[in-house]
Design a protein around this ligand. Structure first.
Ligand code: GLC
Length: 443
């Protein structure tokens, strides 16, 4: 059950995934993520199923970037490869991969997804087929150094402008005091799916819409969206290290957990690690919802396209991008029923509870948000419950097959703004033009 990196296996040719070189082929192969404690938790869950059923499972690990994982999966599935039975798939992929995935309701029964958040079940239902079961959900949150904010007399920020000011003040004072490596704010700035999540949060929380709205309208070309991107660009080299342009989740966590950042935008999983033994910031961290655009957001709004913010007199609200991962069975699996049984086990109550307590992975079963042991391990699962249930979806449902191109255009152009090669205004105009071209053929 040693995890083989999927990337290496694919490079060698899909055949190697079938267990070539192993004494005995396992009954099933599952691909798991390896961000933070993901792989360890997956191994433990799989081991429990093996013990309960007597079957054996191979685990392959996948690259940390969701964008890279998707292209590997697309290669494997478009070759109709039988080598992976169970796939961990991102919440934005059911539309992209659904044709290659089994209808789990057919194998596990119509009530297979009972108790899971209905919005995620709906997200995972493509053309009436339940192509994946929810495993954990995610929403962007703001981590802060409670000790430093207290020391300098600040409350956690409500707006991005406040965050910018507090980050600058504490960063400068700490550097002055000899802590030369201190940064104000770290986040996911690499040109990949994680930047799509971050940039969507900035823009939506400035009242600048969600890039492509639920009705298919391309809403990105507005002043609020431009202002949000410009504010983010102003952080680079000031409160955020220039290296943030190449950060994914784990690089940001490394800096924060090493005690070298005042604020971090990340997913809930970082909590368990920040609080773990050996963490430099153990016992010093608070978690709140992400800031909103505040006055800067509404002042920048002259004739923006976003109706809701405009209609409510320019009020802006915190926005957390909805993330999360699901387990699916490949249509090309030779053991579909066994694979579906593993999926049901891993996504079930006991495993979700264990993963929530040990790894701060948000359950997708509503009942676990009332569980005392879960709430004790991760208090913000209760405090930020509204953030989790009201998280903003990326436009994957409405753009369907074209989502990959939409997100690529968005994160590349947002990256251009962060790196200073485009203004926010130019970026949102370019994006509108590029997305309109994609839309003409796709939605
Ligand atoms: C997290 C989210 C996932 C998202 C990814 C982006 O893993 O759960 O939905 O696509 O981050 O980096």
């Amino acid at each position: 059950m040693y995890p083989k990196p999927l990337i290496a296996a694919v490079a060698l040719g899909a055949a190697s995934l079938a267990g070539a070189g192993q004494a005995q082929a396992a009954d099933l192969t599952i691909s798991c993520g390896a961000v933070g404690t993901e792989l360890t938790l997956c191994q433990q869950g799989v081991r429990a199923w093996e013990e309960a059923t007597g079957h054996s499972v191979d685990i392959v690990s996948t690259p940390n970037s969701s964008t890279e994982r998707l292209s590997l999966y697309q290669q494997i599935l478009s070759a109709n490869s039988r080598d992976i039975d169970v796939l961990q798939i991102d919440v934005i992929w059911p539309g992209l991969l659904g044709n290659h995935l089994l209808d789990l309701a057919e194998v596990l029964g119509e009530d297979a997804a009972e108790g899971h958040f209905p919005a995620i079940v709906e997200n995972n239902t493509v053309g009436g087929r339940l192509v994946a079961l929810p495993w954990f959900t995610d929403a962007g949150v703001l981590y802060y150094r409670a000790d430093l904010l207290e020391q300098y007399g600040f409350e956690p920020p409500e707006t991005w402008q406040e965050l910018t000011e507090i980050a600058r003040t504490i960063q400068d004072a700490e550097r002055e005091a000899g802590n030369g490596r201190m940064h104000g704010f770290v986040f996911q700035g690499r040109a990949y799916e994680g930047l799509t999540c971050n940039a969507l949060e900035w823009i939506a929380s400035f009242g600048g819409g969600t890039l492509v709205e639920a009705d298919g309208e391309i809403s990105i070309n507005n002043d609020r969206a431009a202002a949000a991107l410009d504010l983010a660009a102003s952080w680079i080299g000031e409160i955020s290290p220039s290296g943030v342009l190449n950060y994914t989740e784990e690089e940001a966590r490394g800096v924060f957990q090493g005690g070298n950042a005042v604020f971090m935008r990340n997913w809930p999983y970082a909590w368990a690690l920040a609080q773990s033994e050996g963490s430099e910031v153990r016992g010093k961290v608070g978690v709140v919802k992400l800031p909103h655009g505040g006055e800067g957001g509404s002042a920048a709004a002259s004739g923006g396209d976003n109706q809701s913010a405009a209609a409510s007199g320019g009020e802006t609200q915190s926005a957390a991008t909805l993330g999360g991962w699901n387990l699916a069975v490949s249509r090309y699996s030779e053991n579909p029923e066994l694979a579906a049984d593993l999926v049901a086990f891993l996504t079930g109550h006991d495993e979700q509870k264990r993963r929530a307590i040990q790894g701060a992975y948000n359950p997708t079963l509503a009942a676990l948000y009332q569980d005392e042991e879960v709430l004790e391990a991760v208090p913000f699962f209760g405090e930020l419950y509204d953030t989790f249930v009201n998280a903003v979806a990326r436009p994957s449902a409405v753009t369907g097959d074209a989502y990959g191109r939409v997100s690529n255009a968005f994160f590349s152009t947002s990256h251009d703004v962060l790196s200073g090669s485009k203004s926010g205004e130019q970026a949102v105009a370019d994006l509108e033009r590029d997305l309109s071209r994609v839309k003409r053929r796709n939605w």
